[in-house]
Design a binder for this molecule. Structure first.
Ligand SMILES: [Zn+2]
Length: 194
């Protein structure tokens, strides 16, 4: 599995090669499409070969130019826990300069916790998980033999109350799916204790 780091500014974005196409995980702030395209070009990931986009959660620094990537031909993958919240996310992000609302039509909804559904959608062995803690719409994809793309989910001790319990359950699901390394939305990858 070929993993290319295509982050820019403060956000980590990842491109996973599958056959002659790519899965993109997260995109940057509203208005930053030009920077994303320039970064992809510099990393030899042709935009027209980005077939799918996964957004770990709908905060502006992770989904800001998702609609532009869709318009360029990629399919937006949504966890079943995200699909119902998309309209609400668009409303929350409407105030950001340059934000293009993400069309609610034409997306591919994936059943979380179902490896067959993930593989059918992407051609990549792994599983999409609902991993709340940082936000209710947060998902993590665990790619077999590579690791977990966790977005902004932090370890449980970073939270209090309900969020701490949610985060603990989320990390349990991530470990149970076999992940040994985490690729966060900000900062460096880190090992998970087995
Ligand atoms: Zn966030």
């Amino acid at each position: 599995m070929n993993l290319v780091h295509v982050g820019y500014k403060s956000v980590n974005c990842y491109a996973l090669q599958s056959g002659d196409g790519y899965l993109l995980i997260d995109v940057g702030m509203p208005g930053s499409f030009g920077e994303l395209v320039a970064t992809l070009r510099r990393k030899s990931v042709p935009l027209e070969r980005v077939r799918c986009l996964l957004v770990t959660h709908f905060h502006p620094d992770h989904c800001g130019v998702a609609q532009e990537v869709k318009a360029a031909g990629a399919t937006l993958l949504l966890g079943d826990c995200q699909a119902d919240r998309l309209a609400e996310s668009n409303r929350a992000l409407a105030g950001f300069a340059g934000y293009q609302p993400i069309a609610t039509a034409g997306n591919h909804v994936i059943a979380t916790g179902n490896p067959a559904d993930w593989r059918e959608a992407t051609g990549i062995a792994g599983v999409l998980l609902h991993t709340p803690g940082h936000s209710d719409d947060s998902v993590t994809v665990v790619i077999d033999g590579l690791g977990a793309f966790v977005g902004d989910l932090r370890l449980p001790d970073a939270y209090a109350g309900r969020a701490a319990a949610q985060a603990a359950a989320s990390w349990q699901r991530i470990r149970a799916a076999g992940a040994r390394q985490a690729f966060p939305g900000h900062g460096s990858p880190f090992d998970l204790d087995s």
